[in-house]
Ligand binder design. Structure first.
Ligand code: SF4
Ligand code: SF4
Length: 316
């Protein structure tokens, strides 16, 4: 069921202006909160839950304990250790009310996730319109908005509402491709460019690493290609996890099957997600590399794919 234009809301965890890497031209990227996948290497762990979440920046906390009395749920506690009260947090009990933020004078607490209506988001980014028409790059293409996440397909009603307000702006979507066909077919006419993730080739391994297999994802890719949408494949590179011969074969097979996909972009792994997981009170996945993908690893991927005839793969 769809809501009216005034009661549709989406939870957004970040808005980045002046982005040059998420579609043509200069763009504003809107990061929606919530994702049906749980990729073990996710560099935005704050995007996984649809609800607002508290982030505790341990290094900024001075232990003043002002937050202890402010929290109605016992998330912040004063624990006596060695004759001195220490600040201890239990983030699993947090409801995201935001009371503790109001008393912390040291920026040690952040609430991630803010609700917007389509009109509210439009007002928030209206100042960015000034650069959407600037022609950039080798093709002189203009910019626009990119919906990212999390998984923006979770917010189909919101996107329909937003596009009804702003149909003329170029709109890209970065997506895992995991959504029902009903959602994909409703959103497809509203999106000019899909930045479509291709993470792992083997379905069982995809399920193991991302929480779902890739059957529906590939069916949606086939559908979008079939109706003529512009698609860029995005290839997360996780050293020791998905840099396998069968995955290189899978990428090459897709690019051969869909020659209208003009470009694929390698997205090298970095370690930002590890620190963020800690701030969210989660333990880092032991599977993950402790250091970022090197230039040598990226070069090896490019060479593997060139060997398989892929001439349109680049590093993002
Ligand atoms: S956001 Fe609310 S529930 Fe969460 S820690 Fe702060 S005061 Fe407690
Ligand atoms: S109010 Fe802020 S600085 Fe003080 S103990 Fe709480 S989180 Fe730390």
């Amino acid at each position: 069921m769809t809501g009216s234009a005034t009661d549709i809301q989406a939870t957004v965890f970040d808005i980045q202006s002046f982005s040059l890497n998420d579609g043509p031209g200069i763009r504003t990227v809107v990061f929606f909160k919530g994702c049906p996948l749980h990729c073990r290497w996710c560099h935005n762990p704050e995007s996984l839950s649809k609800t607002s979440q508290l982030i505790f920046h341990k290094t900024l906390c001075v232990g003043c304990l002002q937050c202890v009395a402010a929290c109605p749920n016992g998330v912040h506690r004063a624990v006596l250790e060695d004759g001195r009260y220490q600040h201890v947090v239990h983030l699993e009990s947090c409801t995201g009310c935001g009371f503790c933020l109001q008393v912390c004078c040291y920026d040690a607490l952040t609430l991630v996730g803010r609700k917007y209506t389509p009109a509210g988001l439009l007002e928030r980014i209206r100042g960015d319109f000034r650069y959407f028409n600037v022609e950039t790059g080798d093709n002189g293409r203009k910019g626009g908005i990119t919906f990212s996440g999390g998984e923006p397909m979770l917010y189909a009603d919101f996107i329909v509402g937003f596009r009804n307000l702003m149909p003329e702006i170029h709109c890209a979507m970065e997506t895992s491709g995991f959504a029902t066909r009903e959602v994909v077919s409703r959103i497809a006419p509203l999106i000019d460019l899909f930045l479509f993730d291709y993470k792992v080739t083997d379905p069982a391994r995809h399920r193991e690493l991302c929480g779902v297999d890739n059957v529906q994802i590939l069916e949606n890719l086939d559908y979008l290609y079939g109706i003529g949408k512009e698609i860029v494949l995005r290839l997360p590179l996780i050293p020791g996890v998905n840099d396998t011969a069968d995955h290189f074969d899978g990428i090459a097979g897709l690019l051969k099957k869909y020659p209208g996909i003009k470009q694929a972009e390698i997205m090298p792994y970095h370690t930002y997600g590890l620190g963020k997981s800690e701030e969210l009170g989660k333990e880092a996945d032991p599977l993950l590399p402790k250091s970022a993908a090197t230039d040598e690893t990226v070069a090896r991927w490019l060479a593997e794919l060139r060997d398989r005839g892929c001439t349109n793969v680049y590093q993002s």
